[in-house]
Design a protein. Structure first.
Length: 608
């Protein structure tokens, strides 16, 4: 004999398993399975979940007597459904069942009132608390306490205006909130609303937090998807099914923000190679299909997040998909202080936190959140409220930079400044640091703070000037110290990295070098691939870099006295503005300067 028992919702499977076992052995009049031996009892969810060794249920069918516990017939293999003698849908226990169970199992009388209350309780709670020897009234009292909901914890609603240092992403978010409200009010059509945006930023800059705050600010739902979530479902078919389900959910819950995290993990179809290439191509194609389909339904704004936008498939950033790109930068000093104050949640109001901002240059929002969390932990261990000293103690230790290294750094940054002035470039200031954090593997020792470039006609000469400026620091080390350090290279964003990229664009993408041929798009992936694959290109790039290094050294030699004065002033002051640097160099050698370019915002773009 074989049975399938469909259990009620939200029950303890073990209770039903034990009940079936007892019934198969001891019942005198309900279930007769042909002998006094126990039946084979199987829980569908456990036996035929993902990775089952017997997905068809063949092994079970070899048993003489078996009972399957399931939440739904959809959990059962087709062969089991075909072979079963009967399917019984079990209802939740009724009050009369509890009255009978009290007499048989507990030896107690259960009143009608108690039975009705028991019937309203989850079976998992009943099976945990109801005990032989414990009065039913006492058990019910414990159940009531167990079912009491704790008082709601007040959670701050995070909105875009609460986030600091969002840059252009914050401006776009505020505009979207206005547009969505106008759309709901019937003032504009859906075609007037941005329907897709790519948000990029370094790890820890708060892209996921941005999506949550965006949904709250816009007063819409948030639906989240990612390649990792979709891939967890299994093979390609499962992945695509999960992907489509996410988009379907977004349509059902519109208006909503559909947030797709780490969209750069999908990759670029142009770069796929090897045995997994077809798999990856179909995944990207599946997302493109979903993005195109989302246009058919109003109320869904798709936000894609990534760390490396240059790794995206070109088709993803075409009109109608992620056709707008906004960046979340690492927070500046003001934003870092604001982030710390937000996580302090009204603690340390009125305290000066500028020293925290100064000590956390280059930190992401996630790192600043961890700093406050560590400070709170110190305060809890001391059984007191958080104090400014806890934040200080939670900062990583620093060590003083040796005088010799500081001198090299000053020379390096003075070299950048001198070349910039000689080439007619405007900047805000130059600075060097006197301490480093040993916990960080890579950190700038100094930098030139420059404003955004004015819109100018980019020519071969302007690109060569850029390369010369980037190599100015290393050239100064050569001139004054007789050797170069590793400070000009080694990491993305370093002098050598940016100079090489600029030379590659000039030579292989823009047709401004020795040849006119278009050899690569100006994205990093194409440029690096061309450099590695073509000895001729590599030789040309080396020639450009060597020529501009010679040019930078010549400029430094010509302004040797002024450059040295700038370096010495940096060692004394740590930071010097543009005008004093011009004065130092002009007073030692006459210079012709071009008109200053206005700049509204500043960022460190030239770390040593």
């Amino acid at each position: 004999m074989s049975l399938v028992l469909i259990m009620p919702e939200d029950v303890d499977v073990d209770d039903y398993r034990q009940a079936v076992h007892l019934a198969s052995l001891r019942s005198r009049r309900t279930i007769r399975l042909g002998s006094n031996t126990a039946a084979k009892i199987v829980v569908a969810e456990e036996n035929w979940s993902k990775g089952s060794k017997d997905p068809a249920g063949v092994g079970l069918l070899k048993e003489d007597r078996w009972v399957v516990l399931a939440a739904d017939t959809a959990q059962l293999p087709a062969m089991v459904l075909a072979a079963v003698d009967g399917i019984i849908h079990l209802a939740a226990p009724e009050p009369r069942h509890f009255i009978a169970a009290g007499k048989i199992c507990l030896g107690q009388s259960v009143s009608e009132e108690q039975a009705h209350e028991l019937a309203s309780m989850p079976l998992a709670v009943i099976s945990t608390i109801l005990r032989r020897g414990r009065p039913v009234s006492q058990s019910l009292e414990r159940m009531r306490k167990a079912m009491e909901k704790p008082p709601p914890v007040e959670v701050r609603q995070l909105r875009i205006e609460h986030l600091h240092g969002l840059g252009e992403a914050g401006s776009w978010a505020r505009e979207l909130a206005i547009d969505l409200k106008d759309w709901r009010d019937g003032k504009i059509g859906w075609d007037d609303v941005d329907q897709g945006v790519l948000v990029s930023g370094a790890p820890g800059t708060g892209k996921t937090t941005f999506a949550k705050a965006l949904a709250t600010t816009c007063a819409v739902n948030l639906v989240v998807g990612s390649l990792a979530r979709w891939q967890a479902r299994g093979h390609l078919g499962d992945l695509l099914k999960a992907m489509r389900a996410t988009f379907d959910e977004a349509r059902r819950r519109s208006p909503c923000i559909l947030f797709i995290d780490e969209v750069d993990a999908l990759g670029d179809r142009e770069t796929f190679r090897g045995e997994n290439a077809q798999y990856n191509i179909e995944v990207v194609a599946g997302l493109l299909e979903c993005l195109d389909g989302i246009e058919q339904r109003e109320g869904v704004v798709v936000v894609g997040a990534c760390n490396y936008p240059e790794r995206l498939d070109a088709a993803l950033v075409r009109p109608g998909r992620f056709d707008r790109h906004v960046q979340i930068p690492l927070p500046d000093a003001g934003a870092r202080e604001g982030i710390v104050r937000w996580h302090l949640d009204n603690a340390l109001v009125g305290e000066n936190l500028s020293f925290i901002a100064a000590r956390t240059e280059g930190w992401s929002g996630a790192a600043l959140e961890r700093l406050v969390r560590d400070a709170r932990r110190l305060a809890r261990r001391a059984r007191r409220a958080i104090a400014i000293e806890d934040l200080t103690a939670s900062l990583p230790p620093t060590i003083a930079i040796p005088e010799q290294l500081m001198r090299r750094t000053a020379v390096h940054e003075a070299g950048h400044a001198t070349v910039a002035i000689a080439l007619g470039r405007r900047f805000e200031s130059v600075e060097i640091r006197d301490v480093v954090e040993p916990a960080l593997s890579v950190q700038p020792l100094g930098g030139v703070l420059v404003g955004p470039r004015a819109v100018v006609d980019t020519t071969a000469q302007s690109l060569l000037d850029e390369i010369c400026f980037l190599l100015g620091g290393t050239a100064a080390e050569d001139v004054f110290l007789g050797s170069r350090s590793i400070g000009g290279g080694g990491t993305r964003g370093s002098d050598l990295h940016l100079a090489t990229l600029t030379a590659l664009r000039l030579e292989t993408s823009y047709g401004l070098g020795q040849g006119l041929a278009f050899l690569a798009a100006d994205g990093e992936a194409d440029l690096w691939r061309t450099l590695h694959m073509s000895p001729t290109v590599r030789e040309r790039i080396e020639g450009i870099l060597a020529e501009q290094m010679t040019r930078a050294r010549s400029i430094i030699q010509h302004h040797r006295i002024g450059t040295k004065q700038v370096a010495n002033e940096l060692l004394k002051e740590r930071k010097i503005g543009f005008a004093p640097i011009v004065a130092l160099i002009s007073n030692s050698e006459p210079l012709e300067l071009t008109a200053d370019h206005e700049s509204a915002a500043w960022e460190i773009v030239q770390p040593m």
